[in-house]
Design a protein around this ligand. Structure first.
Ligand code: HEM
Length: 558
């Protein structure tokens, strides 16, 4: 017992001495940057806010207090100057993904978690054709099939029913229910249909149960949403630590719920890969494009473990971000009835009646206002809100005019750029009209009438009584193009961007053509005001819940 106490005392003392010594030695000259609380001494500040599921908010508050460059961990500097984004994430520099990604990969990196530039380039080359325009078009019917199930389920829920005996979700007597899990079940079913021709069938069951296969081959049923969310939170939390501490932390907490959820999530991918390798789908799916056998271009196919890692990334990146984007968009539309009606009327005009409510992307992609609604929703509430960590290499880097030596973690939070009042007037307002061109074909042609004090160019506030008339200056139009980057930019930008726009466009159009949406009073909503949406930030910034009241539109059959 005494030796255990002694050991703890020695560890605590050594760690404290090392921490303080490192701060004052300051070999990377990071003491020049201000930092909140004890963040300059220990990663525990960032971990604490990560554990509280509000990292981006804590970093935002730190920037508000200390300025555009803040040290948020002993070896991590965060930047908010708009130019920093391109300096860190753009093409043509030597900056790599931070070690945090390797920790998250559990030693089996995928395209998204590979930190080595060559390994990443090789993986990205092997997977690029999975996301070609031709493949995405071929996947449309699978998405449409799932959207039909979603509409059916929403119809049942809004009438107070249950989708099946397994459906655990409640509809309140006033007809309100939480739409978030249904959008999440849709994205799970859609991604599994597109990748594996083997949907999880969550929308049919009305619950997120799906099979998970352990490394030893045992299969069990798990809750997909919780497996990803609790597992992701656990994974992100420990990945902030240096490798040795990350391993120790995971070992100590190996019996925690998050640890088993993380392993269940990996098992969900393992199950799909195991099953798909033994199946022969009637039509090629996205898995068919993975290098599972030697080809002329690639002599060595992907190993089973590599396939599991890549498919887990698709189940994660291709599902959770999309469900968050959908929930955010429905929130904005429900909170802005004029925008909702305007978009619905445009859809009614543009989409052939025979394709209503579930149109094809071909029928939707030219509708500028639909894209404007999606993009403004991304600007207001990006599904990935935090600064994605990158690492300087031997050459060091100059970020927003600051010289940063080798081996430093750097990031630029997406949320701050999207809400920068110097770039976007009234940055916290949801105004899809910003994205529309100022020509005579829409109401944006009205010239500016006032000058905002917070910007150096003319700005006319959107006017609800005048169909949200808005004048987008050339400067704002340029800023929207260059500084709204929910899919990021540079060599590590999202490879699934076009797939996401296809899915989002079909779903949002169908939800508006099929139903009228209202925020629920009392449960996350309220009469005549826009309630704040509660978020839970694991790595992605998810919506906690979104209670809505939904009315089926006349003539729509589900
Ligand atoms: C609304 C939907 C989506 C959003 C907002 C989004 C956002 C992002 C962001 C911000 C990154 C950079 C992550 C980082 O550096 O840590 C990323 C990367 C990635 N995304 Fe997406 N994504 C979406 C949909 C998808 C879909 C549908 C897929 C695939 C099915 C996908 C697959 C990936 C992959 C594989 C990467 C890693 C790329 C690389 O490192 O080369 N994403 N995404």
């Amino acid at each position: 017992m005494i030796s255990l106490v002694l050991l703890v005392v020695v560890v605590v003392l050594t760690t404290t001495l090392y921490t303080v010594g490192r701060y004052f030695h300051d070999s990377k000259k990071l003491r020049r940057f201000p930092s909140p609380s004890f963040a300059a001494f220990s990663p525990l500040w960032l971990m604490y806010h990560s554990w509280r599921a509000r990292q981006y908010k804590a970093v935002q508050a730190a920037h508000e207090k200390y300025g555009p460059v803040v040290r948020i961990s002993p070896n991590h500097v965060s930047f908010t100057a708009p130019g920093a984004y391109k300096d860190i994430y753009g093409f043509g520099n030597s900056i790599i993904k931070d070690d945090m990604y390797f920790h998250m990969s559990g030693g089996n990196p995928s395209m998204a978690t590979a930190t080595d530039k060559h390994m990443h380039a090789e993986k990205r080359r092997s997977l690029a054709h999975v996301f070609s325009a031709k493949e995405i078009t071929a996947m449309e019917p699978r998405v449409q099939e799932m959207v039909a199930k979603l509409l059916r389920d929403i119809h049942i829920k809004s009438a107070g029913g249950k989708v099946s005996d397994l459906d655990p979700y409640e509809t309140y007597p006033d007809g309100t229910f939480d739409i978030r899990p249904w959008l999440n079940m849709l994205t799970y079913d859609a991604i599994s249909a597109m990748f594996f021709s083997n949907t999880y069938g969550m929308l049919d069951k009305g619950v997120d149960l799906c099979p998970s296969r352990s490394a030893s081959g045992a299969t069990k049923w798990v809750h997909g949403m919780d497996s990803f969310h609790s597992g992701g939170a656990f994974n992100t939390l420990f990945s902030h630590l240096p490798l040795a501490w990350n391993n120790v932390g995971r070992r100590i907490f190996r019996f925690a719920h998050g640890a088993s959820a993380l392993s269940n999530f990996a098992g969900m991918s393992r199950h799909q890969v195991h099953t798909r390798l033994r199946a022969q789908p009637a039509e090629p799916d996205l898995f068919s494009r993975l290098p599972t056998a030697p080809t002329e271009k690639r002599a060595v196919p992907m190993s089973f473990d590599e396939l599991v890692a890549e498919c887990a990334t698709m189940l994660d990146a291709g599902n959770d971000t999309t469900q968050t984007a959908l929930t955010n968009c429905i929130y904005h539309l429900a909170a802005h009835p004029i925008v909702q009606t305007k978009l619905r009327n445009i859809l009614l005009e543009e989409v052939p009646p025979t394709s209503q409510p579930i149109a094809s992307y071909q029928e939707l992609k030219h509708i500028a206002y639909l894209r404007a609604v999606l993009d403004e929703s991304f600007r207001c509430r990006p599904p990935v809100a935090r600064g994605l960590p990158r690492r300087t290499t031997a050459a060091g880097a100059v970020i927003a005019g600051h010289c940063i030596p080798a081996g430093v973690t750097i990031s630029a939070p997406i949320w701050n750029v999207h809400h920068n009042a110097e770039l976007f007037p009234e940055p916290d307002s949801f105004v899809p009209e910003r994205w529309m061109p100022n020509d005579n074909s829409n109401s944006n042609s009205v010239p500016p009438t006032s000058t905002s004090s917070s910007t150096n160019y003319a700005y006319r506030a959107p006017d609800p009584s005048d169909n949200y008339t808005y004048y987008t200056t050339p400067q704002e139009a340029h800023n929207l193009k260059t500084h709204v980057l929910p899919f990021h930019l540079g060599p590590r930008a999202c490879i699934g961007r076009n797939l996401a726009y296809m899915e989002l466009s079909i779903v949002i159009a169908a939800l508006l053509l099929g139903f009228e949406w209202e925020l629920a009073g009392g449960r996350g909503g309220g009469e005549g005001h826009t309630p704040a949406l509660e978020t839970v930030e694991r790595f992605n910034c998810n919506v906690k819940e979104l209670f809505v009241k939904v009315k089926g539109r006349e003539g729509m059959v589900f």
